[in-house]
Design a protein around this ligand. Structure first.
Ligand code: PMV
Length: 316
């Protein structure tokens, strides 16, 4: 038998990093980029191949595995109730570059769980899928806020705030009156989310009076951003992007490449532009006036060295 699963990539519109520290954030899935899994019965299994990531692995437990993918595979088998020696071969395919801020590990986790659950004939509820994805994302990122895999699992535009103390997590869909036309630029250099998050955590602990107001201000932008998105007010969205970029830069996660891409997008007439994802190499997103404008901004971004860019429309 053959079973399949899929999950889209995502872009963060507001609140990367601050979301780890309890602030709200907004992310939206990409319609034309993601990861898919195909699971087939195979007596030589379990085995997982993902040629794009150069991976061909057997599952391995936490103690034995150094690499994240074999560990995530072992966790996923257990989560859907398959034995560690399950006779299954998983082939993963995708068009999301890893480690640039487009949610590749979240899409990998959700697509793998969906495929294996279908193979095991044990469909997962949304809550179970989120619980499983939390475990797998923990392997990739250490302490993920949950923003990436929640968005990728639910699809569309999602407002998210992680649980804090007695307060439960907040997950709400943001209705969009029309698609948001954006250009996304990606550098060749990968960022390491786990390292960036833990370095920022150490800085924020050492300098709480410097960082707490920045996190609060980014959280306020997510709330305002939700209003701008719901109203379809793209010029306002652009202004809020610009302010969010300045604040995320203050957190020390931007790079020369990100700054160049943000400036180039603004010079090309973007309504606003910001880093998207964890940074440290990474990606930027620019809100544009329409489809043709988004294509023009993307091609301006591609004029920069080692930058690949695309135009896309974000949907609710
Ligand atoms: O760059 P990505 O796709 O790994 O996004 C990370 C988002 C962070 O806010 C930096 C981390 C998190 O867990 O939310």
């Amino acid at each position: 038998m053959t079973a399949t699963g899929a999950a889209p990539g995502k872009v963060i519109l507001f609140g990367e990093h601050a979301v780890v520290h309890g602030q709200p954030a907004i992310a939206c899935t990409l319609t034309d980029r993601g990861v898919a899994s195909t699971c087939t019965a195979d007596a030589d299994g379990p085995r997982l191949d993902m040629p794009e990531w150069g991976q061909s692995v057997r599952p391995a437990t936490m103690e034995r595995a150094v690499e994240a993918v074999p560990r995530a595979f072992a966790l996923a088998l257990a989560f859907v109730g398959l034995p560690p020696d399950a006779q299954v071969r998983v082939t993963m395919e995708g068009n999301l570059p890893p480690s640039v801020g487009m949610g590749s590990s979240a899409a990998f986790s959700v697509a793998l769980l969906r495929g294996l659950a279908a193979f095991a004939q044990r469909p997962l509820t949304d809550d179970a899928l989120l619980a499983g994805a939390t475990q797998l994302e923990g392997v990739f990122h250490g302490d993920p806020s949950g923003l990436d895999h929640t968005t990728v699992a639910l699809g569309g535009c999602v407002y998210f705030c992680r649980a804090r103390g007695d307060a439960p997590s907040v997950i709400r869909r943001v209705p969009l009156p029309a698609p948001v036309h954006v250009a996304v630029g990606v550098t060749a250099r990968a960022g390491n989310t786990r390292q960036l998050v833990s370095r920022l955590k150490a800085r924020a602990q050492a300098e709480p009076r410097a960082f707490a107001p920045v996190f609060d201000a980014i959280g306020a932008l997510a709330d305002e951003g939700a209003r701008a998105l719901e109203a379809g007010d793209w010029p306002r969205l652009g202004v809020l992007f610009d302010v969010n970029h300045g604040l995320v830069n203050a957190l020390g996660v931007s790079t020369l490449a990100c700054e160049l891409m943000v400036s180039r997008a603004r010079d090309a007439g973007a309504l606003g532009a910001k880093l998207t994802g964890a940074g440290g190499g990474g990606a930027v997103i620019a809100v544009c006036e329409g489809e043709a404008h988004a294509r023009a901004v993307a091609s301006a971004l591609e004029g920069l060295p080692e930058v690949r860019a695309f135009a896309t429309a974000l949907h609710a």
